[in-house]
Design a protein around this ligand. Structure first.
Ligand SMILES: [Zn+2]
Length: 85
């Protein structure tokens, strides 16, 4: 079962890749190759298991998107009208 990556919440790009930080790779996160946005880093309990912490993708997908209005939009709907056709 491979989780699917949602597009970048900032630029809607699908050009995403998994990155990590830490000397022994430890914290894994999704990065956008188009705008450079990064998802939250998720510590891997099993660094030797490679760059695919099962929590990495869900944590990226969980991010609120800013290009869509709706469920996660923080802006008030009052001054956000007329943006969509
Ligand atoms: Zn992006």
């Amino acid at each position: 079962m491979s989780a699917e990556l949602k597009p970048c919440p900032f630029c809607a790009s699908n050009n995403l890749s998994i990155s990590y930080r830490g000397q022994p790779a430890r914290d894994f996160f999704i990065g956008c190759n188009s705008c450079g946005a990064c998802g939250p880093a998720v510590p891997s309990a099993n660094p030797a298991g490679g760059a695919y912490n099962p929590e990495t993708v869900p944590s990226w997908n969980r991010r609120p998107t800013v290009y869509q209005d709706g469920e996660n939009a923080a802006t008030s709907s009052a001054d956000n009208q007329g943006e969509r056709g």
